[in-house]
Design a protein around this ligand. Structure first.
Ligand SMILES: *[C@@H]1O[C@H](CO)[C@@H](O)[C@H](O)[C@H]1NC(C)=O
Ligand SMILES: *[C@@H]1O[C@H](CO)[C@@H](O)[C@H](O)[C@H]1NC(C)=O
Ligand SMILES: *[C@@H]1O[C@H](CO)[C@@H](O)[C@H](O)[C@H]1NC(C)=O
Ligand SMILES: *[C@@H]1O[C@H](CO)[C@@H](O)[C@H](O)[C@H]1NC(C)=O
Ligand SMILES: *[C@@H]1O[C@H](CO)[C@@H](O)[C@H](O)[C@H]1NC(C)=O
Ligand SMILES: *[C@@H]1O[C@H](CO)[C@@H](O)[C@H](O)[C@H]1NC(C)=O
Ligand SMILES: *[C@@H]1O[C@H](CO)[C@@H](O)[C@H](O)[C@H]1NC(C)=O
Ligand SMILES: [Zn+2]
Length: 337
């Protein structure tokens, strides 16, 4: 998950180092928590592609948060997720509105879509209503080299969609949100290749990906004019089934301010559309710069994960079907005698 504080403050600059562009993000968030003397140089150079600034270095180059103790993403071990009946359904406001997507942007390390005001999520054991600010994606290299951030039982999906939400009471002030241990709520959706030989499906993803060719270079952006709702993009996902844990932003400065919800069902998108991400977008403002591939952070230390049903719940369910099966065979056996 990425939260570009610079996007909200309008501060962003790029520096180029030979063939490699480093993304220099104004680390406004850090300044909230450390003495102002450190803030004059509070920028962090990070990247995915170069061993001198990739995720293996973040705990050093983007301390203190990136070397914290509740970092994201994680591998979710489904059998270790404990049951919590408080994880009820969410209420989504304006997720069915086909005019809420605002601007789509190539940031140099993801493609991000800004969401207009008035779009909200609540319920699901969140402490209050959260405003949906933006969504962005993580991917590998085509449908065959997976690049989700979270993994489930060690499995990476081809892509992962993150909807970033901040506590409504904080009025979209991300400086305040990243300083609050539950200031942000991230909704994570896995993206899986649609089975069969379908192309250009679903229609909502065909519309969304039609903008990628308009934003090939870092810094390019386009206004979304086509009618696309968040519900359209999340088609096929049962949003009552999810994992929950407390974690962080998955890019520097990795603030530990995120209530994570990772949905169990993937969104299914045809292979041709998934492949567009790794073949259309470049990491800097230069047609000869590398394509944007493998834009995800590796998994971090495990965290306690909860879900709707405990491991015991599924044992109970399988025992129930076992006994139903026994009873049925008993009845059949009787009817044959
Ligand atoms: C990585 O970044 C360093 C420092 O800017 C640069 O010298 C090196 O050439 C880069 N490596 C690649 C593979 O781009
Ligand atoms: C993170 O790094 C800082 C500075 O290098 C250090 O003081 C702190 O103990 C580290 N925290 C963890 C959890 O390793
Ligand atoms: C569920 O919510 C209630 C009321 O807030 C709380 O007391 C309880 O500890 C919660 N249960 C779990 C498993 O978190
Ligand atoms: C966010 O809140 C902080 C602390 O109250 C304040 O200093 C800052 O100006 C606010 N930022 C915006 C963009 O309103
Ligand atoms: C997909 O296309 C291949 C090659 O054209 C074909 O052999 C296969 O049966 C198709 N599969 C489906 C599910 O349509
Ligand atoms: C790309 O870089 C050139 C030269 O620095 C600049 O003129 C142009 O505005 C940039 N384009 C974008 C979309 O950032
Ligand atoms: C664009 O890329 C080429 C080849 O890598 C390089 O020589 C040139 O300096 C780059 N231009 C900019 C503005 O980064
Ligand atoms: Zn993300």
């Amino acid at each position: 998950m990425k939260l570009h504080s610079c996007y909200l403050t309008g501060r962003r600059r790029h520096t180029c180092a030979s063939k490699m562009t480093w993304f220099v993000v104004a680390a406004v968030a850090v300044c909230v928590l450390v003495p102002s003397s450190h803030c004059a140089s509070a920028t962090v150079d990070w990247c995915y592609h170069n061993s001198s600034c990739n995720d293996a270095t973040w705990s050093t180059i983007a301390a203190p948060f990136c070397n914290g103790t509740r970092q994201s993403p994680i591998n979710i071990v489904s059998a270790s997720a404990t049951g919590n009946p408080n994880l009820t359904a969410f209420t989504f406001e304006k997720y069915d509105d086909r005019s809420v997507l605002d601007k789509i942007e190539n940031t140099g390390n993801t493609v991000k879509v800004a969401i207009k005001t008035g779009v909200k999520v609540s319920g699901g054991d969140l402490s209050e209503s959260y405003d949906s600010l933006q969504f962005h994606l993580h991917w590998g290299n085509g449908a065959s080299v997976p690049g989700s951030e979270h993994t489930v039982d060690g499995k990476h999906y081809p892509m992962e969609l993150h909807i970033v939400n901040s506590k409504s009471s904080l009025n979209r002030n991300t400086t305040l949100a990243v300083a609050d241990s539950t200031g942000l709520a991230a909704l994570g959706f896995f993206i899986e290749v649609m089975s069969g030989n379908a192309t250009g499906q679903p229609a909502s993803w065909k519309k969304l990906t039609s903008y990628l060719s308009k934003i090939p270079l870092s810094g390019n952006s386009a206004k979304i004019e086509l009618a696309i709702s968040l519900d359209d993009l999340l088609e096929g996902v049962d949003r009552t089934k999810y994992y929950r844990y407390l974690g962080s932003l998955t890019t520097p400065s990795c603030n530990e301010a995120v209530v994570w919800t990772v949905f169990k069902d993937p969104i299914r998108v045809s292979k041709d559309l998934i492949d567009l991400f790794s073949t259309t977008l470049r990491i800097s403002n230069n047609t000869s710069s590398p394509l944007m591939v493998n834009v995800f952070r590796n998994v971090q230390s495990a965290q306690p994960v909860t879900t709707q049903h405990s491991g015991c719940g599924s044992i109970t369910a399988s025992m129930t079907s076992y006994f139903l099966g026994l009873a049925l065979s008993f009845m059949l056996a009787r009817s044959w005698n």
